[in-house]
Design a protein around this ligand. Sequence first.
Ligand SMILES: N[C@@H](CCC(=O)N[C@@H](CS)C(=O)NCC(=O)O)C(=O)O
Length: 419
Amino acid sequence: MAPRLTGFSGNSRLRRVRAAAALAGVELEWDSSFSMKSEWKTEEFIAKNPFGFLPTLELEDGTVLRESGAIAEYVAELGANSTLVPSDAKAKAEVHEWQCTADQELFIPGSLANRQLMGVLPYNKPNFDGIVKKVNERLAVIDSILVNKTFLVGERITLADIFTVTALTQIFSTIIDAEARVKIPNVIRYFETLVNHPKLLDIFNPTNLIEKVTPPAAPAKEQKPKADKPKEAKAPKPKKEKEVDEEEEEPLVPAEPKVKNPLDDLPKSAFNLEEWKRQYSNLDTRGANGSLEWFYEKFDREGFSIWRVDFKYNEELTQVFMSSNQVGGFFNRLEASRKYLFGSVGVLGKANDSIISGAVVLRGQDIEPVINVAPDWESYSYKKLDVFNNEDDKKFFEGSMAWDLIVDGKEWADGKNFK
Ligand SMILES: N[C@@H](CCC(=O)N[C@@H](CS)C(=O)NCC(=O)O)C(=O)O
């Protein structure tokens, strides 16, 4: 049985292993339909791979190898006559050098900066620009090394090239745009040679190089030195307090509000949001005795409202799992409104042709006091739904709740709940 590779297609770390296998002539079993949506973090999987990261390679004797670099190395050495890992100790160390450079100097900083673009980490312009500057400086060094070289170590492709090209695909598709790439012509020539290698063509294409880095449209507030005035507790608040908010540090998960929330002063409601969250988690969504049936029976239209949520910048979305992480980040930043909010938001469509859309149920009739605790709330548009009188609104709401929503032919691919 061929070793079984598990990982997301289009992921640079997975490509690293597949490229090593393709060049070394090693057959791997790999399910190309595997995606972030797949139910992979099972108890059984975590027992074998406690870090829970992908890719992994499961061998015939049950061993599960992790770390894409180590897996690529193992696969490269399985190949008969493979020259991907030189036998000479010095050349082998040089290959390792490049593995470290690719990971530590390009891939990891690139991923940290990209997480800021995706909203998984708070966007902080000086920090983002600082990382991109460092990465560009390193690319300039690599460019000078490649002036007279086709490959990085010796005269043939080695793992050094596979590690480097996978880091390049990652940063070129996220934080290093066309304007930066023209400054490194030798790196680009090298990159083109590798991604168009006949054995690698299928693995690396499409490369999805970005034209221009676009900072988040409504950037999360940058961290500024604290003002002298005493810090106010973070809580949903009316618009006018925004300037105060700008001066606060923004933790990834905001602290519990310590002041009384105006939403607590609304007339008491018989609809229990916490109970709805339990019903939704425990019952099938649709059908007789499903959670939607419960919802329609108990919902209080005066005390709560239902809203459609749409990301405003869908054209910037790339991989489905990255967009799904973005929704997760948005939900994390709504922590302070947990008592007043329930949400079911998904990524619909496929890589490079997707949208983020879904529905939320919240306390009161106005969305802003509940949602504006998330610094990026203005990156989404909101429309109140009337699920009791409007069939389209009802269909949309139910599709969002049941995770089978289709919008303009785009099917629900992955989703997150805020509970
Ligand atoms: N150093 C590891 C990193 C693995 C990693 O971060 N994998 C990501 C996908 S790129 C993952 O599994 N993310 C899922 C999660 O964090 O739950 C490697 O190169 O294999």
